[in-house]
Design a binder for this molecule. Structure first.
Ligand code: PLP
Length: 385
């Protein structure tokens, strides 16, 4: 067990200097910094210094990110908007949806990240109704709950792939089938899964998918994307917009609004140039490491972790069924701030939401990392619920 668990990190861990100092199990917040992402940032500064304002090259970088993301999720380049965050892409999308002809409702799961709930409720100013799909006490949201919430008034269903609060994974394909049967499109927030498992928008059969490169894709802050199914693009005219969303950016026409014919219409202003360098480096590194291999590796690490937590009598709030969880595993605490601080003082980096400790292993984590974490949790047993 331990040997196979060390194979992947043995190949790549040396590229992430943080492990010389810390046990980093917080990739649900941000991936560890690699040598190649650090070099990418250095290259950005060199290019800036050497060429002054190499805008043609920088716009080329933007197109390279678009292409990398399209390849990553099995979409066409014309279906990808490169944005500065999930929030920016989803705001542009929702601003362009016509809520009318009896379709006035956004259905959101109670597992959504704040930005999805807040953008949806912001549409109440436009007369939109927001319906929440509640979770069960066991940390799941069964499909029947979505069936009860979605109907002919539904204009959009928003569903997260893995919940940032408790690690629960939703049946997004099943939710998509329910939405489509009612004639509504589905938006998947895949930020807690992209890079940790293979994502294929065709296999998921989703209409929109938003994510970013900061976490399991090993990029950095400032760059997200929105996938929009080709057939739907032209029916959506974002009112949250900007000149980089225009049909012809360099026309500089201030007398009309003519959005790009493709998903670029969901973009806005000057692209996040430094983050494009990091995004390309991070995505390429994750592809070189292997996303499917990473998923299998983290499943094994999490099985080891669950076993140790069970021995400690800890309460794992992430559902146990393999299809109901992803990389993130959450454990209930009696004093979460004290627990995170106690772990940090021992060189173990985690994070928290609600009363839950969030532990998120990735390709670079080892069985020793899990052992160190379990040892520290055992020493702080009184802080586990
Ligand atoms: C599920 C999920 N969605 C969205 C975000 C962030 O969105 P944004 O790129 O708008 O900051 C996060 C994490 O920060 C997240 O975990």
């Amino acid at each position: 067990m331990a040997v196979s668990l060390d194979l992947l990190p043995a190949r790549i861990r040396h590229r992430f200097p943080v492990f010389e100092r810390q046990v980093y199990v917080n990739s649900c917040s941000q991936g560890a910094l690699s040598d190649s992402v650090r070099e990418a940032y250095a290259r950005y500064l060199d290019d800036w210094d050497e060429h002054g304002a190499p805008w043609e090259y920088w716009v080329g970088r933007l197109e390279a990110v678009r292409s990398a993301i399209a390849g990553l999720v099995n979409a066409g380049e014309d279906e990808i908007a490169v944005t500065t965050s999930v929030s920016a892409g989803v705001s542009a999308l929702v601003s362009g949806i016509r809520f009318g002809d009896g379709r006035d409702t956004i259905v959101v799961s109670d597992f959504e990240f704040p930005t999805i709930g807040q953008i949806s409720h912001a549409q109440e100013r436009r007369g939109v109704r927001v319906v929440h799909v509640p979770a069960e006490a066991d940390g799941t949201i069964p499909l029947e709950r979505f069936e009860a919430a979605v109907d002919e008034r539904t204009a959009l269903v928003a569903v997260t792939h893995v919940c940032f609060r408790n690690g629960g994974r939703l049946d997004v394909e099943g939710v998509g089938r329910i939405a489509h049967a009612a004639g509504a499109p589905v938006l998947v927030d895949a930020y807690q899964t992209i890079g940790s498992l293979p994502i294929d928008v065709r296999a998921l059969d989703c209409d929109f998918l938003a994510a970013g490169v900061l976490k399991y894709l090993l990029g950095s802050a400032g760059l997200g994307f929105l996938y929009c199914r080709r057939e739907l693009v032209q029916g959506i005219e974002p009112t949250a917009t900007g000149w980089f969303a225009d049909r012809n950016i360099f026309e500089m026409d201030i007398h009309d609004y003519s959005p790009a014919a493709n998903a670029r219409r969901f973009e806005a202003g000057t692209p996040p140039v430094p983050s494009t360098y990091a995004a390309i480096a991070g995505i390429e590194l994750m592809q070189e490491i292997g996303i499917a291999e990473t998923e299998a590796h983290v499943r094994e690490l999490n099985a080891l972790l669950r076993g140790g937590l069970e021995e400690l009598g800890a309460t794992v709030v992430t559902p146990a069924e393999p299809e109901r969880s992803g990389a993130l595993l959450c454990v209930r605490s009696t004093d979460i701030d004290e627990l995170v601080a106690a772990l940090e003082s021992g060189g173990i980096v985690t994070s928290s939401r609600d009363d839950n400790l969030r532990i998120s292993a990735h390709c670079y984590n080892t069985a020793e990392d899990v052992g160190a974490l379990l040892g520290a949790l055992s020493a702080n047993r009184r802080l586990l619920a």
